[in-house]
Design a protein around this ligand. Structure first.
Ligand SMILES: NC(=O)C1=CN([C@@H]2O[C@H](COP(=O)(O)OP(=O)(O)OC[C@H]3O[C@@H](n4cnc5c(N)ncnc54)[C@H](OP(=O)(O)O)[C@@H]3O)[C@@H](O)[C@H]2O)C=CC1
Ligand SMILES: O=C(CO)COP(=O)(O)O
Ligand SMILES: [Zn+2]
Length: 354
């Protein structure tokens, strides 16, 4: 006889996602349609205020009373600073205008204070612009991923994004392409460990990565059309995490390699760039088409070698050996014991990473 049915899930998604040319101009209307109260804060940075923050402030101030709060990276002090400003302003909403650090700060403030936020990216260096997960640094500077709120709305203006340094876009593409090995790891963990699995999250994350691989020759610097091609997969990748209720569809052994690099050799390369190179190597371990991953990254202009990441051969081998210890509860192709130094060296050499 079947047991009692006990399954239950909550999925939180962005309610409105607007992207394309000049969509920034819709910000006030979107805030009004979401029935935001009168007062709000803008979490932004010095560069990103210039790139879009000031424009948004001007656009919404006819209807709302908003004040910018300038933050740096997403850490405890910056989150507390933004929280204090939101409380002082009796803020009923937050506009996060910037890269991942500003959007992640807003996710945490929104979660802690129970007020909605709008994600207005000025660059797309990874797939966190519309996900419900925030990445912050702990007191030792080590990265920490926290379940938080997804944005109530995403407003991604291709005219703004095309002006950001191209390196960010290439990194964002690499982060999404790296879903390919995260998904193989997830399938592997389902088979070996009977891990909970979501076909819908899998399919969405896979579509996102495949679409960027297929369009890789069309993604170029200075082209608004390229941003357009990248946005939907990036959003889909974020939504796949909201469906799964974890980063499982988008973060596997390749992300563990990147997290290991952040711990051992911080600040050398961007998150997505590291995940892309990790994906080449982990795809080889899975026995998959790693050359397809490498070629797509090359077409886009993302790094495919240690040297392009600013790393030595030893740095890469160290991170490969450490990768399985980064998140022990996430089973991947690296297994429980990880790679030996020799195996790591062979893998990095075989794939031309070193
Ligand atoms: N939530 C998630 O899933 C993930 C989150 N992360 C987190 O995201 C953060 C990194 O995010 P990332 O997006 O790389 O960038 P950041 O928010 O750190 O921004 C990087 C730099 O780029 C500048 N910048 C951004 N947009 C523009 C623009 N249009 N023109 C000129 N300069 C610009 C920023 O300026 P300014 O100083 O004004 O902000 C900043 O100096 C880290 O905190 C990391 O931990 C990483 C991976 C996944
Ligand atoms: O970067 C992510 C997805 O691209 C999130 O992954 P983590 O949960 O490993 O931080
Ligand atoms: Zn990532």
């Amino acid at each position: 006889m079947a047991g009692e049915f006990t399954k239950a899930r909550t999925m939180n998604f962005p309610r409105t996602t607007v992207f394309g040319h000049n969509v920034l101009e819709q910000t006030a209307d979107i805030c009004r349609s979401l029935l935001f109260g009168e007062d709000g804060i803008i979490i932004t940075g010095r560069n990103t205020y210039e790139a879009a923050g000031k424009q948004v402030e001007d656009l919404v101030s006819e209807h709302f009373n908003v004040a910018p709060v300038f933050t740096d990276g997403c850490d405890h002090d910056n989150v507390e600073k933004a929280k204090a400003a939101a409380k002082e302003m009796r803020s009923t909403f937050i506009l996060a205008i910037g890269g991942g650090s500003k959007i992640d700060t807003a996710k945490l403030v929104s979660n802690d204070l129970g007020i909605p936020f709008v994600s207005i990216p000025t660059s797309i260096a990874h797939d966190g612009i519309c996900s419900d997960r925030a990445s912050m640094k702990n007191e030792e500077g080590a990265p920490l991923t926290i379940q938080a709120c997804p944005p109530m709305a995403v407003i991604a203006d291709t005219g703004v994004l095309v002006k950001a340094p191209y390196r960010f876009l290439a990194s964002g593409c690499a982060d999404v392409i790296s879903n390919m090995t995260a998904l193989k790891d997830w399938d592997f963990a389902r088979k070996i460990k009977d891990e909970e699995f979501s076909t819908s999250a899998y399919t969405m994350a896979h579509y996102a990565a495949e679409s960027l691989i297929n369009n890789s020759t069309l993604i170029k610097p200075g082209l608004e059309e390229s941003i357009w091609l990248v946005l939907k997969p990036v959003i889909a990748s974020g939504v796949s995490m909201c469906i799964a209720g974890s980063s499982r569809p988008t973060s596997g052994s390749e992300h563990m390699f990147s997290h290991a690099l952040d711990l051992l050799h911080p600040g050398k390369a961007l998150h997505g760039e590291q995940c892309g190179v990790g994906c080449i190597m982990m795809m080889c371990l899975h026995g998959g088409d790693w050359k397809q991953i490498r070629d797509a990254l090359k077409n886009i202009g993302a790094p495919t070698t240690a040297a392009e990441l600013g790393l030595s051969s030893d740095d890469v081998v160290d991170a490969l050996v450490a990768a399985n210890k980064v998140r022990k509860d996430r089973f991947t192709i690296l297994g429980e014991n990880g790679l030996t130094r020799n195996a790591a060296l062979n893998l990095a050499r075989t794939t031309g990473v070193i």
